[in-house]
Design a binder for this molecule. Structure first.
Ligand SMILES: C[S@@+](CC[C@H](N)C(=O)[O-])C[C@H]1O[C@@H](n2cnc3c(N)ncnc32)[C@H](O)[C@@H]1O
Length: 336
């Protein structure tokens, strides 16, 4: 089954303009100027075969080991290669030979462009449902990203479970994907074009919450979401009233259980977000400002790579001012 699917990205599509809808290329958020600079250094051939649907740039990546699930022609890997620096590392995994070939062809070009002595990127052929089988080590990555790929997997729970297993404790899965407003029908799921356009395999967003919990991740935190316009009458007719969004979620491998809300203060030290760190669509941390966060976010901040970027007050500790309220925005309302 995967072999046939591999043809869509390997043979049918030559570049992003061959797609029939904008589902695979809908950015969920405008790209910040600093990242536009980083993207400018990516080779045009790699860029032309980019089929992502979101910007996958979590904060604080220097020195991190990153894995990109379904790395395609490698655009995000080459972007992240600059952000982790020469001492960090980025591995891309994909099942499609043609895409891997484009990605590998330009390793030297990029390393020269970034001024690195030795490559900090590599591309592995394999299935995202079988990461350890593809030679990736358990508990070896700080961050896993993925851009518009998980929807293409027939076994999403396995993808999440494998990602969980190769993440270090405290690690993060930060990924963009397409979600639907309900469980899709068999007709939609087996429609070849809908599948290739990243719509037929879209997960009902509530099912992601369920799967993440079953696998052991912290409850997914929504970062951004944007409606997808289908713009193709024939496909729209098959889809009926179902709606789709391109959304980015962050899931952490952190201990569960302690769900006490806590007061936290961001110290302003993360590069690029010194004044204001938009953790998700609910919490934005302004430097040196006390904020009360719910227990899930408190657990994430204390056990992840962000632990050193915050000061934490003990639950119910002395001096917690009254009136420090969680900053809740209505971001969940934009979801389906
Ligand atoms: C929509 S494209 C996105 C590619 C890339 N992330 C980007 O942003 O350009 C989907 C990619 O996922 C890969 N893919 C789909 N299912 C896969 C699987 N089960 N295992 C490995 N790769 C897969 C395809 O080969 C293709 O390169």
């Amino acid at each position: 089954e995967n072999q046939e699917k591999d043809d869509y990205y390997g043979q049918v599509l030559k570049n992003a303009s061959d797609l029939k809808t904008n589902a695979c290329v809908t950015p969920a958020k405008p790209i910040p100027a600093s990242i536009r600079q980083v993207l400018k250094k990516v080779h045009p051939e790699v860029d032309a075969r980019y089929y992502g649907c979101g910007l996958v740039v979590p904060e604080s990546l220097e020195g991190c080991r990153i894995l990109d699930l379904g790395s395609g022609s490698g655009r995000d890997c080459y972007m992240l290669s600059q952000l982790v620096g020469e001492n960090g590392h980025v591995t891309g995994i994909d099942m499609t030979d043609n895409q891997l070939e484009v990605a590998r062809k330009h390793v030297d070009y990029h390393m020269k462009e970034f001024g690195y002595q030795k490559p900090n990127v590599n591309f592995v052929q394999g299935f995202i449902e079988a990461l350890t089988e593809a030679g990736l080590e358990k508990s070896s990555f700080d961050v896993i990203i993925s851009n518009c790929v998980v929807n293409l997997s027939p076994d999403k729970k396995r993808v999440l479970a494998e990602a969980y297993s190769v993440l270090k404790d405290g690690g993060e899965l930060y990924f963009s994907d397409v979600y639907s407003s309900g469980r899709l029908t068999e007709e939609m799921k087996t429609h070849k074009v809908l599948w290739g356009e990243c719509l037929g395999g879209a997960l009902w967003w509530k099912d992601l919450l369920q799967l993440a919990e079953e696998v052991g991740f912290s409850p997914p935190r929504l970062v951004t979401a944007k409606f997808i316009t289908i713009g193709n009458k024939e496909l729209q007719d098959v889809l009926g009233d179902f709606k789709f969004v391109s959304a980015t979620y962050r899931l952490f491998k952190v201990p569960k259980g302690n769900t006490e809300p806590r007061q936290v203060m961001y110290n302003g030290d993360i590069r690029g977000v010194e004044d204001s760190f938009e953790f998700d669509c609910q919490y934005t941390f302004k430097a040196n400002e006390a904020v009360r966060v719910d227990g899930e976010v408190a657990a994430i901040l204390t056990h992840s790579r962000f632990a050193g970027d915050f000061t934490f007050q003990q639950p119910g500790g002395p001096g917690e001012p009254c009136g420090v309220k969680p900053k809740v925005s209505g971001c969940f309302a934009i979801l389906l």
